[in-house]
Design a protein around this ligand. Structure first.
Ligand code: CTP
Length: 399
């Protein structure tokens, strides 16, 4: 991240506490300053030594809190320091205390003594999660705009039950923390529907051979996470991708440009904001053979036909309240062709991104772009994570 950001982690007493080692390590390695509080329960599952080693900083426990070895009360100091406070695993006990403003340990006192956004990742047995008292507390907690959440998901729990209560994975928690660092908890897409396309379409010649491209869908997934974390309802129409679909995102799987077009047109009218990040094929084989063609039957030259330009079609259908955003993956001069596409496809904005530079573009976790809009606006985004670029794009559009 461009400047050192400060994340406070609160670890509760649950078996999922071990996952926080990965969260803390990943945050630290990306340049984030991390401090962590362990409850007494957490100490039964993971040691302060593990957390201190990974965060390169002393881990805070209740014994330190009550011993008053600090010149200022620890909960005030940590509360003022944190830009984002992530509590994971959030146990039923801590959840209940937070819902009612109770504070009897370092973690809960620090929540009350801080003003930053708080990310909650609950983890508990299915019956506990479903208990009326827990659900009542949870709903009460979520009425406070300060609290954001990720999970719980479903799966095999440590009690050998399969059901809801599993803590979100580090791969879900970490992007949510980055989103909160970017937005400060502001949900400026609340009530909006965002339609995003991603991945590289495949135009099959037969069941095993296709015309494709190296897109992996990472940019569109980052856009989906960013839009979700800014409060939008997100629909993601994707070509084949290998990454998991993030939670709270409606995903529609497609393969060819024709399938993608159909799915997008189905959801287009309800969308307020549409971002076409997919690398859509421009052509397809003129004929499709439903049986695998033997090598000797493959043609020497492949007749091709054009596929419809989905974005250009959306530009024609666009209503005044809708915003249409495209991507232009370019080599060489990226601005001129992107401006031409912005105009030709009647877009509100376009992200011109270079694909001929090292460590950015197709398949990479990083990207860079020049954002352009239909009013002559231009913003240069230096190399950054795809999630950051996604947030910069939404900032640019909503500005
Ligand atoms: N796009 C689309 N349907 C297509 C081709 C492209 O919706 N059949 C969209 C892409 O998702 C992207 C934008 O149009 O948002 C620009 O795509 P790009 O491949 O850069 O441009 P093309 O219009 O295909 O032009 P060219 O390949 O000549 O650069």
């Amino acid at each position: 991240m461009s400047k050192t950001r400060r994340v406070l982690i609160g670890i509760g007493g649950g078996i999922a506490a071990y996952k926080m080692a990965e969260v803390i390590s990943t945050l630290f390695q990306s340049g984030v300053e991390v401090r962590a509080i362990l409850t007494e329960g957490a100490r039964k599952f993971i040691t302060p030594l593990t957390i201190a080693t990974l965060s390169r900083h002393q881990a805070y426990t209740d014994s330190l809190f009550w011993e008053a070895t600090h010149h200022r009360p620890l909960h005030i100091e940590l509360g003022e320091w944190a830009e984002v406070f992530a509590i994971a695993p959030l146990t039923a006990n801590t959840l209940g205390k937070l819902a009612h403003g109770l504070a009897d340990n370092l973690l809960t006192n620090t929540v009350l003594a801080s003003r930053c956004p708080v990310l909650l990742a609950p983890a508990m047995n299915t019956e506990m999660w479903a208990a009326q008292s827990v659900q009542r507390n949870w709903q009460l907690l979520l009425t406070d705009p300060r609290y954001h959440h990720i999970g719980p998901g479903s799966g095999l729990l440590a009690c050998d039950r399969v059901g809801t209560g599993r803590m979100a994975e580090p791969s879900e928690i970490i992007p949510s923390i980055y989103s909160l660092l970017h937005t400060g908890g502001k949900e400026d897409l609340a009530g909006k529907r965002v339609l995003i396309s991603t991945g590289g379409t495949r135009e099959h010649l037969d069941p095993v051979r296709f015309i494709g491209n190296p897109a992996t869908g990472k940019m569109g997934l980052a856009l989906a996470i960013a839009a979700r974390d800014r409060g939008a309802k997100v629909t993601l129409v994707h070509a084949p991708i290998t990454s998991a679909i993030p939670t709270r995102i409606q995903a529609i799987a497609t393969v060819s440009a024709a399938e993608m077009r159909e799915a997008i047109l189905t959801h287009f009218a309800q969308a307020d904001l549409i971002v076409m990040a997919a690398a859509v094929a421009d052509v397809k084989p003129a004929a499709y053979c439903p049986e695998k063609l033997p090598k000797k039957s493959l043609p020497n030259a492949l007749p091709l036909v054009a596929v419809p330009d989905i974005l250009a079609e959306l530009g024609q259908l666009k209503q005044p309240h809708q915003k249409l955003i495209g991507f232009a993956a370019q080599t060489g001069d990226i601005v001129k062709p992107a401006l031409q596409k912005l105009k030709d496809k009647k877009l509100n904005a376009i992200a011109a991104n270079p694909i001929d530079l090292p460590n950015v573009g197709f398949g990479s976790d990083r990207n860079q772009a020049i954002l352009l809009d239909d009013r002559g606006g231009e913003k240069i985004i230096e190399p950054c994570s795809k999630l950051q670029l996604a947030h910069y794009l939404f900032d640019f559009i909503l500005d």
